[in-house]
Write a protein that binds this ligand. Structure first.
Ligand code: NAP
Length: 241
């Protein structure tokens, strides 16, 4: 039997909103929650849907972490001085910036569809929680050789057809920027989750160099934030319908 302090593994498929809700319920029932790190991420080379009928890149990279966080807010705030860390990506700079619908117009290309919404949501949440003592950070790991980058970033279908003639160059650029070890890329999240010097601070994007970085300006554009929130609430309601 597990005792206090023992790690406990809880499995959930975050491509399923029901499983995400069930995970939130199990975590809330487990007691105080000091830190929530939303590290889940996936970049699918081909368009696919989740069991909920939602485009999977948006669901796994944004909707599930959004839903898990919203469902755990009471637990985190009751614990007090908690931290929420959302792992972000430099890909946000190349992201499709339309949020009228889950799927932006122009066809599915993983790279610009990936990482679209989570930075805008993170910075909004920091502002929403304000100076309650609970902190919300985004962490940009930079690049690393991981299952995600070793697989998906080797196929040209992840970029738009216009960029494909330059694929050998783009691929070399991706390979260079994702060649480092995962242990180094984990440092921004680790720091955001644990660094005592960040006590009392909130709303920072911790960059790959472990310093606060300037977020893409569009991530704080009130119209973008409004649209991200509306889309999130529409597609990931807190209770199953
Ligand atoms: N690698 C980079 O260059 C890079 C750059 C920028 C941002 N990031 C971000 O860093 C984070 C970690 O990614 P990574 O590069 O370390 O890739 P990774 O090794 O593929 O890790 C992704 C993680 O997400 C989990 N995951 C994926 N789909 C899931 C699902 N449906 N349900 C539950 N868990 C699921 C995976 O679990 P399993 O292992 O069980 O599949 C794994 O733990 C992501 O948020 C990613 O966007 C990475």
């Amino acid at each position: 039997m597990a005792t206090a302090g023992d790690p406990v593994f809880m499995r959930a498929d975050l491509a399923s909103l029901d499983e995400t809700r069930a995970l939130a319920a199990r975590l809330a029932a487990a007691g105080p929650l000091h830190v929530l790190v939303n590290n889940v991420g996936a970049m699918y080379p081909q368009w696919r849907q989740t069991v909920d009928g939602i485009e999977a890149t948006f669901a796994v990279n944004h909707l599930s972490p959004y839903l898990l966080t919203e469902l755990l807010l009471d637990t985190l705030r009751t614990t007090g001085e908690s931290r929420i860390v959302n792992v972000s990506s430099g890909a946000v700079r190349a992201a499709k910036r339309t949020f009228d619908a889950v799927e932006p117009p122009g066809g599915y290309y993983a790279f610009p569809w990936y990482g679209r919404a989570n930075l805008a949501y993170t910075l909004h949440l920091a502002e929403r929680l304000g100076s309650t003592g609970d902190s919300v950070f985004a962490a940009d790991p930079g690049g690393a050789a991981t299952a995600m980058t070793d697989g998906t970033m080797r196929v040209s279908t992840i970029v738009s057809p216009g960029l494909r003639p330059a694929w050998p160059l783009v691929r070399r650029m991706f390979a260079r920027s994702t060649s480092g070890p995962a242990s180094t890329a984990a440092r921004p999240s680790d720091l955001a989750a644990t660094e005592a010097a960040l006590d009392g601070k909130t709303g920072l994007l911790i960059g790959p160099d472990l310093r606060p970085a300037t977020p893409s300006r569009w991530s704080t554009d009130p119209r973008m934030v409004r649209d991200v929130l509306a889309l999130s609430r529409q597609w990931a309601p807190l209770t199953a319908e």
